[in-house]
Write a protein that binds this ligand. Structure first.
Ligand SMILES: Nc1ncnc2c1ncn2[C@@H]1O[C@H](COP(=O)(O)OP(=O)(O)OP(=O)(O)O)[C@@H](O)[C@H]1O
Ligand SMILES: [Mg+2]
Length: 224
């Protein structure tokens, strides 16, 4: 691990167990992402991309791993409370299925990470909603927004706390190509502005153009 690495994992393996059946999904992932890098991982459905991202985002612990260093901290063996704190402080996550809270407005969804961290809002919610082009829609609940707008709320929520690491799971899977390009431009803008480390998963080759580096994944392995 160097100071320049924000993600540095070795030997990550994962298997899901359901109904007594074990399904191995990740087979020894080694991955180092430099600070400020915009990395894209591409691969077919079911190859384990979301599983890997969930592990890197500290939503899940792998079945086995030699090292899972995130934001300069070895997370293997960390107590739950410390993992949660590290996740809240250092990671923004845009989920494949958005995971917006349906009963509260876009504004409240975006404010949530700051409230959880007891940070002052200080106009930041309005600013980030404006930046994703949703200033006028702040009062609306997710169900009353288009899918592309919901995706932008999810991005605003992930970015409002200016995390060092942004993990983005298939941000344009449900969007037409114009909206997909708009989302990509938005991520590229934020990347330029704050030099965040971004790791984005996508099926869409057109979206890989903004990346500093593209890796391909097949059957639970990163191809070299
Ligand atoms: N919570 C879970 N419980 C059991 N099996 C799971 C779970 N999540 C994923 N899997 C299995 O793990 C494998 C990899 O799933 P994953 O969601 O990581 O793939 P993916 O590459 O993100 O696919 P997609 O591009 O369709 O989103 C799949 O075979 C899936 O059935
Ligand atoms: Mg997925």
């Amino acid at each position: 691990m160097t100071d320049e690495s924000t993600i540095d994992v070795h030997g990550v393996e994962h298997a899901y167990t359901h109904g007594g059946v074990v399904e191995p999904v990740l087979h020894g992932i080694d991955l180092t992402v430099r600070r400020g890098e915009f990395l894209v991982i591409m691969g077919p459905s079911g190859c384990g991309k979301s599983t890997l991202l969930n592990i890197l985002g500290l939503m899940m612990t792998p079945t086995r791993a030699e090292q899972v260093r995130i934001a300069g901290c070895e997370t293997l063996g960390l107590a739950d409370a410390d993992r949660t704190r590290l996740r809240r402080e250092s990671i923004g996550f845009v989920f494949q299925r958005f995971n917006l809270l349906p009963t509260i407005s876009a504004w409240r969804n975006v404010a949530l990470p700051l409230r959880i961290r007891q940070q002052s809002l200080d106009g930041r919610v309005e600013a980030v909603l404006e930046q994703v082009g949703l200033g006028r829609y702040a009062h609306k609940k997710p169900g009353h927004l288009s899918v592309g707008q919901q995706q932008r709320v999810a991005i605003a929520r992930a970015l409002v706390g200016r995390p060092a690491i942004l993990l983005v799971d298939e941000p344009t899977g449900n969007l037409d190509s114009a909206n997909a390009q708009a989302i990509l431009a938005l991520l590229a803008d934020f990347h330029r502005q704050w030099n965040q480390t971004i790791l984005m998963i996508t099926h869409n080759e057109n979206l890989a153009v903004a990346a500093d580096r593209v890796l391909h994944m097949r059957d639970g392995r990163l191809l070299v």
